[in-house]
Design a protein around this ligand. Sequence first.
Ligand code: NAP
Length: 507
Amino acid sequence: MGAWCAGDDEGSPLYDPTTEQLVARASTSGLDIGAAMTYARDVGGPALRAMTFAERGALLAAMSKAIHAKREELIEMGRINAGNTRGDAKFDIDGASGTLMFYAKLGESLGDQRLLMDGEAAKIGGARLVGQHVLAPRPGVAVHINAFNFPAWGLAEKAACAILAGMPVVSKPGTATALMAWGLVQAVVEADVLPPGVLNFVCGSARDLLDHVEWSDVVAFTGGADTADRIRRHPRVMDVQPRLNIEADSLNAALLVPDADDATYDCFIRDLHREMTQKTGQKCTATRRALVPEDMIDEVIEDVGERLQRTVVGDPAADGVRMGPLASASQLASAKEGIAALREEADVVWGEPDGGPLTGVEQGRGYFQTPLLLKARDPDTARAIHDIEVFGPVATLVPYDGTAASATAQIQRGQGGLVASVYGDDRPFLREAIFGLAGWHGRVVVTDGKVADRAMAPGMALPHLLHGGPGRAGGGQELGGLRGLTLYQQRCAIQGNGPLLARLLEG
Ligand code: NAP
């Protein structure tokens, strides 16, 4: 509502996951969240809808610059409240400013329009009568509920699409790591680059947030499947039916093709290691299952193990540390529980489930899980490896017989995911794998020897490409260039006199 408001109780404690020291508190107690949503709808909404795409894009560019200017402070917040290494914090923060800038440029390229044309006008009768589909901003507020693992990127990627589409935002970060999200919003507020009501921030428990949604709102949620279910079944959500987008769990898979050349094989090893250890494996897109031909398993264990061996785990502030702790005590407890379930049907082939060397950490302190590589004992009967997402530095090798049919059948048992990646040079295999995976995933990454040296690890969500996946992954769709705006837009068919409509819809 155009001002910072403090909660009226002690709130939830936010800890440094390396030292377990208290670093901040977050509270929404006593805040009138319903009034904040009304303010966003009534003040932020009209301001944005009056702007052209180029003007909205300029807001995003200014947000991006404001965040970049506070980069060092935000990196420090990521270290003390999420256990981020410098590299992990940069991945989140630069992902935020980069995505905002991507959508800023998209806005600039759309120019002076306020509505987007959706395809060509259809002739519906005689010479003059036409129907033109347009995409208009929805008149409500975009309610963004984010997961703890990307406090900066999660907020920014959703906000970029909503604001460019013309909808104001109420954003709620995951509480455990909310410090960086708060720092980001502080940076934008201090830079004074947004009209009132466009970006609103609720830091702490969601409390009655969903009790105030209207039909015209969008609720975009990222988090666990159980919370997603609660949101889908929320009485007010069922009653007024806002547009709902869910990004949830995913057991992403990487598939190594038998004939992969050396460059492709090295890329597979490099990516698997990166996906296990970047952000301590706390990425929704991280590889959880790696399908490897039976006769290559030992080689893969040795090569990934060699990289894991070199990955120093410990206090992110200590020299040489490449992987920090999990973000919170509850994340550590949930990872331990998941590891125990995986071990019912998979053996640990690299790592120490209950220990491992830590650098710069006081004995017994911190929410640490060292990397673990497992191998499924009997992939045909295994269930947990396809069902349980251990949100940490853990992946399971799944041996397969070298055929695309059996590898894709195993991957499909994940029941819908964000991303699958395939590493190989055998074209018939790759073709069959793409067909066997595309219907089950939001993104399929194909790496062959010709792109292996510049391929991006599959866990990197790009603003150009869709982020989201079917089934277990929630069925949501975000990003993907202009496609990312459609969640926040109403498609409307405008019917009438063709030449007149063409003039009316200009600008
Ligand atoms: P979470 O516990 O489900 O929480 C997600 C968000 O929902 C948090 O902001 C949380 O607030 C909020 N929330 C909890 N209960 C709510 C309620 N009743 N009404 C409204 N909001 C509520 O998930 P998380 O532990 O933060 O994140 C980890 C999970 O997110 C993993 O499963 C991961 O796969 C998934 N994830 C998916 C994607 C994707 O794009 N598909 C991306 C990142 C993460 P509090 O923090 O205050 O409880």
